[in-house]
Design a protein around this ligand. Structure first.
Ligand SMILES: NC(=O)C1=CN([C@@H]2O[C@H](COP(=O)(O)OP(=O)(O)OC[C@H]3O[C@@H](n4cnc5c(N)ncnc54)[C@H](OP(=O)(O)O)[C@@H]3O)[C@@H](O)[C@H]2O)C=CC1
Ligand SMILES: O=CCS(=O)(=O)O
Length: 253
């Protein structure tokens, strides 16, 4: 039975991915900080597949390496790692941002992802051919926009780290993909605005954003491609989202 480790399974893409992989009979290792949510998901999905929940913060490298170093045999070797835990904060311009918010994004989206990847690599190498690392990047890692600052830069790191990993993993059979979604309706904007439900609702109102299940379907597709195929980067937007023109600063007329 193949196994998948999903970080940030308590909400959004991670939770939908857990449900999608469970439907296909995969064993699940689910992580996040909110234990009650992990336990609720475990009781839902363990009726169908083996589920192991690990309550941890990806920023804590010791906790991550201890937990992944002690995985029960039943979940090994690891077939797929989904590096999904992450967040954006501070939608305001750089010159107004609280430095702590930049640090939190760097610590979570970069250091956390690196912590988990480092601990999981031996487990994926034990699988070799057909194993996958699926990293949640973002359109923000490729395309700049106002208020994107460190969030976009952290996702650019995710993309380049994945490409570089591919170089090192050549010959091992382990694949690496940067899955880069655009606007998707999850708790992402609620977190970004520090709990402003009205701002979150307003962002998604009157349009058709991606849903968590759309991304879960892509994750499952990537994880189950024939073993000789590696999709390096997969960028996905809703049809009702596109790029904007360059901004220009003009003198008052
Ligand atoms: N929604 C969108 O528009 C897009 C999102 N993304 C990326 O997709 C990923 C998932 O986002 P999405 O599902 O939308 O957002 P959600 O806020 O719905 O989910 C984020 C998940 O990350 C977990 N998480 C956050 N910080 C930590 C931490 N320090 N340690 C462990 N887990 C953590 C949360 O769990 P908990 O709080 O329980 O720890 C939660 O399960 C993120 O990396 C995001 O940047 C990319 C492109 C578009
Ligand atoms: O990564 C999330 C999508 S966006 O807010 O940067 O467009």
């Amino acid at each position: 039975m193949p196994s998948v480790l999903i970080t940030g399974a308590t909400s959004g893409f991670g939770k939908a991915a857990a449900q999608r992989f469970a439907k296909a009979g995969w064993s699940l290792i689910l992580t996040g900080r909110r234990e009650e949510r992990l336990k609720a998901l475990e009781s839902e999905l363990s009726q169908h597949v083996p589920v192991l929940t690990l309550t941890l913060d990806v920023r804590d490298s010791e906790a991550v390496s201890k937990a992944l170093g002690e995985l029960p045999e039943q979940f090994l070797p690891l077939t797929c790692l989904i590096n999904n835990a992450g967040l954006a904060l501070a939608p305001e311009p750089s010159q107004q941002v609280d430095l702590k918010d930049w640090h939190t994004m760097i610590d979570t989206n970069i250091t956390g992802l690196v912590n988990v990847t480092h601990a999981a690599l031996p487990l994926l190498l034990a699988q070799g051919e057909g194993a996958s690392i699926l990293n949640l990047g973002s359109v923000a890692g490729q395309w700049p926009y106002p208020g994107g600052h460190v969030y976009g830069a952290s996702k650019a790191f995710v993309q380049q780290f994945g490409y570089n990993l591919r170089c090192d993993l050549l010959g091992t059979g382990v694949r690496v993909t940067d899955l880069a979604p655009g606007m998707a309706e999850t708790e992402f904007t609620l977190v970004r605005t520090k709990g402003n439900q009205e701002a979150s609702d307003a962002l998604y109102r009157g349009t058709t954003p991606l849903q968590a299940e759309d991304i879960a379907e892509q994750l499952y597709y990537l994880a189950t491609l024939p073993a000789h195929i590696n999709i390096n980067r997969l960028e996905i937007m809703p049809v009702r989202q596109a790029w904007s023109a360059f901004a220009v600063d003009r003198d008052a007329q």
